[in-house]
Design a protein around this ligand. Structure first.
Ligand code: NOJ
Ligand code: CA
Length: 588
């Protein structure tokens, strides 16, 4: 439903009385934090990237005790839950998304005991905990893959993965034309013990990440056990890595020309390949057979108390297709990457919000919203880019353009101000609450993303969004640890973005996030309903939710603010105008 609004007057001027900072107190009425039944419908979930969050032992890599020590800061921020990127045993060739033991903690992150302590501390603070499950592939170090290598062609052990003979006279061509998301072919050939070339194995990602064969009932049984292992420890749910890629088309057919390069990179597979409303547009993404697995897992979780939840990482669009992953008997949530990828344009933003609410609502699921994660250029930088920059390419010193940093952070604050007023559940990525930008000038020698290596430096990849957090403006590694070691170097300017600096600045991005989260909770916006507000101009996105009118100006000129008392704004306001790249919440 749409409500026209005349916008010529404001009941209450908006300037000094409406700071974004901590000084203004939120309302205390409304529901309590998202702790009740089906908490995931409205929760704000904060992504912790463990290697870059906080380092307790000074080796330069964040760890579980570091997370435990800093949980109170997340409670103060006002989030409902945390999602931890993988901390399981791993050779770390893809930063932990290459798991060698699903039932243990990698020593660089601590021990299972450290995990239990962290989980207990989070629960005591009222924070739910979601862990990352990586079922599409294992590490090549995993005992299952090692056993497959040591077993004969056609053996049960090889059946757990995709081993195939090569094509061509000597089998020296890959079994099909699929390409790795990280660049190069998706197949690697083995050398048999006698030194002769052997079979090929499939890896949609790095060659150290062989794809599991989900047609094999043995694989399915293993993962039921892994889910129960973590559920028994008390986790509140799982984020499912590459949920859209687990099942492949029967016979592993070649990708057709139309499918190939139909992705953002134009260079083979990427993380967001399925852009069709029709049956899957790719032999390895979005296959129908995957849904059976999620229905099975739904029943595994349902046997536990306390509303455990699955959130799928499925780079599938449009939202109508994505919604298939959250039908009532499948996962509870799925990331909304169509929203993340929407350019800073009013009509596009209105469109994706409308489509998402309709598609998710149509299957009884909450919409989710997200602007940043560990795979994409941070939105404080991304929203300052007008050039084409495919996801996964990242940014580096030789990128032929420089993002507009001033516009980027201003739009990012406005974008988050709008996002956190939307009904449903929202994801935040560590550091965005400090307004951290992408780090562009990392030295080549520091880069670790397999994308960088597999494309010979042609794509920078994702290291720039993974730099360790600044906690304090002075001290070693800006308080990330007490030795100064840091697995990726922090830029000098980050001292000014440290949490302790922002905590005492009412106009900081941290103060804005705190305010947004407390007002969102107090006004129960996650559980609300969106009603569009029209008549404010083509460049304005405006809606009502739960007695709040939200207005975002995505144009280049100021627009008049509609009537109402300003609750908060992404930039300080003066008079009755909403400047460009600014968003505000008004009461009434
Ligand atoms: C998606 C994860 O978010 C990304 O970081 C990882 O590299 C790939 N899946 C492969 O596991
Ligand atoms: Ca450490």
């Amino acid at each position: 439903m749409t409500t026209p609004l005349t916008s010529t007057s404001t009941d209450t001027p908006t300037s000094a009385a409406t700071p974004t900072g901590a000084a203004a107190q939120p309302q205390t009425t409304g529901r309590t934090r998202a702790t009740g039944k089906e908490w995931w419908r409205t929760a704000v979930i904060y992504q912790v990237y463990p290697r870059s969050f906080a380092d307790s032992n000074g080796d330069g890599i964040g760890d579980l005790p570091g997370i435990t020590a800093h949980l109170p800061a997340l409670r103060t921020l006002g989030v409902d839950a945390i999602w931890l990127s993988p901390f399981m045993t791993s050779p770390q060739r893809d930063a932990g998304y290459d798991v060698a033991d699903y039932r243990d903690v990698d020593p660089i992150f601590g021990t299972l005991h450290d995990f239990d302590r962290m989980l207990g501390a989070a629960h005591e603070l009222g924070l739910r905990v979601i862990v990352d499950l990586v079922p599409n592939h294992t590490s090549s170090d995993h005992a299952w893959f090692q056993a497959a290598l040591a077993s004969a062609e056609g053996s049960e052990e090889r059946e757990h993965y995709y081993f195939r003979d090569g094509k061509g006279e000597n089998g020296d061509e890959p079994p099909n034309n699929w390409e790795s998301v990280f660049g190069g072919p998706a197949w690697t050939r083995l050398t048999d013990p006698d030194g002769t070339p052997g079979q090929w194995y499939l890896h949609l990602f790095d060659s150290s990440q062989p794809d599991l064969n989900w047609e094999d009932p043995w694989v399915r049984e293993q993962f039921r056990g892994i889910l129960r292992f973590w559920l028994d420890r008390g986790v509140d749910g799982f984020r499912i890595d590459v949920a859209h890629g687990m099942v492949k088309a029967e016979g592993l057919p070649d990708e057709t020309d139309a499918e190939h390069g139909g992705s953002m990179s134009g260079a083979g597979a990427t993380l967001e390949p399925d852009i069709s409303d029709e049956p899957p547009s790719s032999p390895f993404w979005g296959q129908e057979g995957g849904h059976e697995i999620f229905r099975d897992w739904h029943t595994v979780l349902a046997a536990y108390d306390g509303d455990r939840a699955l959130c799928g990482e499925a780079w599938v669009s449009p939202p109508s297709r994505l919604a298939r992953y959250v039908r009532p008997d499948e996962m509870q949530q799925t990331f909304n990457f169509s929203y993340l990828e929407t350019p800073w344009q009013a009509d596009a933003l209105r469109g994706v919000i409308e489509d998402s609410l309709e598609a998710f609502g149509g299957v009884g699921a909450p919409s989710t919203w997200v602007l940043s994660n560990h795979d994409v250029v941070r939105h404080a930088t991304r929203l300052g880019i007008s050039e084409d920059n495919p996801q996964g390419h990242g940014l580096g010193p030789k990128t032929p353009f420089r993002p507009d940093a001033v516009a980027g952070i201003r739009r990012a604050r406005a974008a988050t101000t709008l996002m956190l007023a939307l009904p449903g559940s929202a994801y935040l990525y560590q550091g965005e609450e400090l307004g951290l930008p992408e780090v562009i000038d990392l030295p080549d020698s520091a880069r670790q993303d397999p994308t960088w290596f597999r494309t010979n430096g042609e794509r920078y990849g994702r290291d720039g969004c993974r730099v360790p957090l600044p906690w304090t403006s002075d001290g070693p590694a800006n308080g990330f640890n007490d030795t100064g070691a840091s697995w990726l170097p922090q830029p000098d300017e980050w001292a000014g973005l440290a949490r302790d600096v922002e905590e005492s600045d009412p106009l900081s991005t941290l103060s804005l996030y705190r305010r947004l989260l407390s007002e969102r909770e107090a006004r129960a916006l996650g559980a609300g309903e969106l009603e569009w507000v029209d008549g404010l101009g083509d460049d304005v996105v405006a809606f009502r939710n739960g007695g709040v009118t939200v207005v975002a100006n995505l144009g280049t000129a100021s627009v008049p603010l509609p009537t109402g008392l300003v609750i908060l704004s992404s930039e300080p306001l003066s008079g009755s105008e909403l400047p460009a790249d600014t968003a505000a919440w008004l009461a009434g």
